[in-house]
Write a protein that binds this ligand. Structure first.
Ligand SMILES: Cc1cc2nc3c(=O)[nH]c(=O)nc-3n(C[C@H](O)[C@H](O)[C@H](O)COP(=O)(O)OP(=O)(O)OC[C@H]3O[C@@H](n4cnc5c(N)ncnc54)[C@H](O)[C@@H]3O)c2cc1C
Length: 306
């Protein structure tokens, strides 16, 4: 219920204005977002890599509605990749891209040409791209784009969401050799017709999907903060004899940093998803919807008169 309200608020421009202008929003945002500028992204990336973590960078923005915005997003990724390579931060750092930020909703060709240019730039920089997954109405088109990109850039990563009923079957399709697949629970409000609704059902699906990916030939990327899912992931890694170069854990910047450090200390590959940029509202609201404790933290900061 609370999750639905917050996810509805994530689409409200009135709530967005209220949140964006509240005095201590900045402090909350800073906990989950590296900063507004490319230099902030680079600084945070360097720190994480120095601490033994890998990174995937996301330039914030989604549901782009003009070609100017879409082209600006593409250009930011091209700039970022060049700067990462020059700073010696590749291949430890890769990038995550949302097709909706590149104009997928109004100009599929523009979005495709842009993501292709980003993949080519990542390739030249010695790293890779992962295509973030958005709501279920975009799953087919995103997987179609993935298939086309992989012809020239086979290491392009996919994301599958365990809450969708179709995902076990997608895991089977995508567990071939070399296939990089991030498995997450899923962050959008989805109808019962396509998605499991209870946490228990989603968790069970996550484990089934993890079993398919970890026993397959691809490169699973287990994106979760859930202690139970992580423990099962560690168990499957032992069972299927997957070392640090054959799968990875992924978590979001600012969430369970001690656990990220612990896993890296145990010798696992751990990648931190680092968002940066001005357009943090939708991202932050999804994080709040996931965890009431974040909402309390956020509420306190909003009420603060300090
Ligand atoms: C690297 C990465 C990339 C992602 N990419 C996508 C994507 O492309 N598309 C998409 O739809 N979603 C994406 N997500 C979001 C994902 O789908 C989930 O919404 C999100 O990760 C929350 O699910 P969870 O598995 O962490 O566990 P949850 O079910 O949210 O939480 C389970 C348990 O984990 C622990 N936990 C969770 N959050 C915290 C916290 N803040 N502090 C302490 N403990 C905590 C608690 O014990 C909690 O009970 C991504 C997530 C990650 C980590």
């Amino acid at each position: 219920m609370l999750r639905s309200v917050i996810l509805a608020a994530s689409r409200s421009s009135q709530v967005e204005r209220l949140v964006a202008t509240a005095p201590y929003t900045r402090d909350v945002v800073r906990r989950f977002v590296a900063g507004a500028a490319t230099d902030d992204a680079l600084r945070v990336t360097r720190g994480l890599i120095d601490d033994g973590l890998a990174v995937t960078l996301d330039h914030l923005g989604e549901d782009t509605v003009t070609s100017e915005q879409a082209v600006a997003t593409r250009d930011e990724y091209l700039r970022l990749l060049k700067m990462l390579a020059e700073a010696g931060l590749t291949p430890a750092a890769e990038v995550s891209v949302k097709l909706s930020a590149l104009g997928q909703m109004f100009d599929e060709q523009l979005a495709y040409d842009s993501v292709r240019a980003i993949c080519a730039a990542a390739d030249a920089a010695g790293t890779t791209v992962t295509l973030d997954m958005e709501d279920h109405t975009t799953t087919d088109s995103t997987l179609e784009v993935l298939g086309k990109l992989r012809k020239d850039f086979p290491s392009t990563g996919a994301v599958l969401q365990a809450y969708l009923r179709r995902t076990e079957s997608d895991c089977r399709e995508l567990s071939s050799a070399g296939s990089r697949v991030r498995l997450c629970k899923g962050a959008y409000k989805e109808p019962e017709s396509v998605a499991y609704q209870s946490a228990r059902e989603v968790d069970k699906s996550y484990v089934r999907c993890m079993n398919i990916l970890m026993s397959g030939d691809g490169y699973p990327m287990l994106a979760t903060h859930d202690p139970r899912m992580i423990a099962i992931g560690e168990d499957r890694a032992r069972w299927f004899d997957r070392g640090a170069d054959r799968f990875e854990f992924q978590m979001l910047f600012g969430i369970r940093p001690e656990e990220q450090a612990r896993l890296a200390g145990e010798g696992y590959t751990v990648r931190t998803y680092v968002p940066y940029g001005d357009d943090w509202y939708g991202y932050l609201m999804r994080r709040l919807a996931e965890r009431p404790a974040n909402l309390v933290f956020f509420g306190r900061a909003l009420m603060s008169k300090k």
